[in-house]
Design a protein around this ligand. Structure first.
Ligand code: SPV
Ligand code: MN
Length: 625
């Protein structure tokens, strides 16, 4: 066999035996094919052993992809100046004429795409080492598990994947030919001599091939483009989920602790930078995951797992006061990769860390000093707004042990939230599953922030906070979602939250800590332990219940004036939202009729209330149920 010859020649001593011990011809062929094409000097096959993990950590330092920091186990990594975020423009689906994806998705003809990517990959790893990794999405040996392998020439990518995903070499070994898996091929491409960042970002390409469940990524290092198991896998998983009738979602998983040691589990979908990580990390509750969840039905309930075992989180504004638990993990010995922060004397700094920022140091632009400008004349900030940290969840004190439960956790509630200055109340509950999915999840919008290019405060439609990763037609995705909850014995309660509501003076109406109260209220509602006010858009909390919660949870006084300001129904804004959302779905194929019906009914309820009470309706006007 030609493959065997190539592998024997290139794999490190003993590593051909590792690969062949898996007893899977497809794997041998795949590794041989990309070894021949990418032409690395050597190939390292990683098993699940601690020595192999240590080898990759050491390689990341030796290859200067990571730099040791003062605290033991901490390293810094820099991506190129123009390689700081997900590249939506160059992320494309490879399509054949029989495929329907819908106009929103970026695609390229399959053969043309494969040709392009394979010509970019030719000899791209010359003189370098290729790492071959076997990992698992979700806990191993569970009905949720999806196995995957990655080829990469970046030790930083391999190291990040070790922190973020469960090792699965031994599972591949046990299953032999009887294993279905996703595949990723990544190369950082030619590197800048000194900084070891991808040089040819103009030739950055991320191509997703559904036919072979394979994703290719070249000339980039930023983890959102290169860590195959994160958003690249999500795109493959969404298609698999649609075929098999489950859900692969952009959601956190957390435990909310109710009265008498009651443990309740919640999922939350929020667009980037809308409070997702800070919600699942709040004081007093427990985190299972901050980014990706798989949801399946069992015994009439929804169960969910975290796809990952670590966090690749935004570091901006993480400080000792607001995020004491993350702060502790980021400042004490243990394994942490900081990316695109500022380093001075071996100490990492970032925006909003609550310390004085040094006036010079090393950052994503190289040697940095205050006032330094980039090629376009723009002043370079000390750390990038999308700077991140990578840690294991197990290094957090509030990590829920259910993280590793192969059964997943039974879901009590699902929360949808976006950045919305004037429409939604801070927290509210839907009438039922369909009402929640349509008017909350499928109606999610978020306002752009200063952290993204373009005008601020522009509302962007973002269904289930997953629009960037959708790999199936919108209508099909939404039908599957609605059907998923239909035949359940106990449906999770659906909630909407909005941490960004503003008053007439433009000031936020709620403070950062208030989300701790909203979570406790939602937990109580999933058991109907408290009553609610019935409004045209759903159920709102009662003043007395919130007053008690503010008192017990935050030791704060909560006045009825605050409550009325925060929870009054803003009728014209809610009506305009329905118009915008209805328009989007009218122009989308295969949207189930029930979506329009639910939106129409909500509109009628709002108009009726408007006729009776006007544009701005205090919650006290509605019935208590
Ligand atoms: C996000 O942007 O939603 C992330 C980070 O979680 S990335 O890996 O870039 O997708
Ligand atoms: Mn995310």
């Amino acid at each position: 066999m030609k493959e065997v010859e190539i592998l024997r020649e290139r794999l490190k001593p003993g590593h051909f035996e590792r690969l062949s011990s898996l007893g899977n011809k497809e794997i041998l062929k795949f590794v041989a094919r990309y070894t021949e094409l990418c032409n690395p000097a050597s190939v390292f096959v990683r098993t699940d052993s601690e020595e192999d993990t240590e080898y990759i950590r050491r390689k990341a330092i030796e290859l200067k992809e990571e730099h040791k920091l003062k605290v033991q186990g901490h390293t810094a990594h820099f991506d190129g100046y123009y390689d700081q975020a997900r590249d939506k423009k160059n992320t494309k689906f490879l399509v054949t004429p029989d495929m329907t994806l819908g106009p929103r998705l970026n695609s390229i003809e399959r053969n043309e795409g494969l040709e392009e990517i394979h010509s970019l990959l030719k000899d791209i790893m010359k003189g370098r080492e290729m790492f071959v990794l076997f990992l698992c999405l979700g806990p191993i040996n569970s009905e949720f598990s999806i196995y995957a392998m990655q080829l990469t020439d970046s030790a930083y990518v391999a190291h990040s994947e070790d922190i973020l995903y469960r090792p699965a070499f031994s599972v591949f070994e046990k299953k032999g030919e009887d294993i279905e898996f996703f595949k990723y091929v990544h190369s950082a491409g030619e590197l800048e001599e000194e900084r070891k960042t991808s040089k040819n970002v103009d030739k950055r390409r991320i191509y997703v091939d559904f036919q072979e469940d394979t994703v290719y990524s070249v000339n980039t290092q930023y983890a959102g483009n290169t860590v195959g198991f994160k958003k690249l896998a999500l795109r493959l998983a969404i298609r698999k989920a649609l075929r098999e009738k489950w859900l692969a979602e952009h959601m956190f998983v957390m435990r909310v602790n109710g009265p008498n040691q009651r443990k309740s589990y919640f999922l939350g979908a929020f667009p980037s930078m809308c409070g997702k990580t800070s919600t699942c990390m709040v004081k007093g509750e427990n985190i299972i995951g901050d980014d990706l969840a798989y949801l399946r039905r069992r015994e009439g309930n929804i169960f969910a797992v975290n796809v990952e075992r670590g966090i690749f989180g935004i570091i901006k504004d993480v400080n000792a006061k607001d995020d004491p638990l993350i702060w502790e993990a980021l400042t004490t010995p243990g394994e942490v990769i900081f990316s695109n922060i500022l380093v001075k004397d071996g100490i990492p700094y970032w925006q909003g860390d609550g310390r004085e920022m040094p006036s010079e140091g090393m950052n994503f632009s190289g040697q940095w000093y205050r006032g330094k400008k980039d090629a376009e004349g723009k002043e370079i900030p000390p750390s990038h707004p999308n700077a991140r940290y990578t840690i294991r969840l197990s290094s957090l004190k509030n990590c829920d042990p259910a993280l590793e439960d192969p059964q997943g956790v039974k879901v009590n509630g699902i929360i949808y939230g976006g950045r919305d200055s004037d429409t939604w109340p801070p927290v509210f509950e839907s009438f039922d599953w369909e009402h929640g999915i349509v008017t909350m999840g499928a109606s999610l919008e978020s306002e752009t922030t200063a952290a993204t290019l373009g005008e601020e405060g522009v509302r962007k439609f973002n269904i289930m906070a997953i629009l960037d990763f959708l790999s199936v037609p919108l209508g099909k995705y939404l039908s599957n979602y609605l059907d998923f909850g239909k035949s359940l014995i106990s449906q999770p309660t659906i909630f909407g939250v909005n941490y960004f509501l503003k008053g007439p003076d433009g000031e936020f109406l709620t403070d950062k800590q208030a989300k701790r109260v909203w979570l406790k209220w939602m937990e109580l509602r999933t058991y109907r332990d408290v009553g609610a006010v019935k409004t045209p858009i759903g159920f709102l909390p009662l003043y007395e219940d919130l007053k008690n919660l503010f008192h017990t949870i935050l030791a704060q006084e909560y006045t009825e004036t605050e409550y009325t300001e925060q929870f009054s129904l803003r009728v014209p804004q809610n009506l305009s939202k329905i118009e915008r959302i209805t328009d989007i779905y009218k122009n989308t194929k295969d949207i189930p009729e029930v979506v329009f019906e639910i939106l129409r009914q909500q509109k009628l309820r709002l108009q009726e209330a408007q006729d009776k009470f006007g544009d701005f309706i205090p919650p006290q006007k509605f019935d208590v149920v």
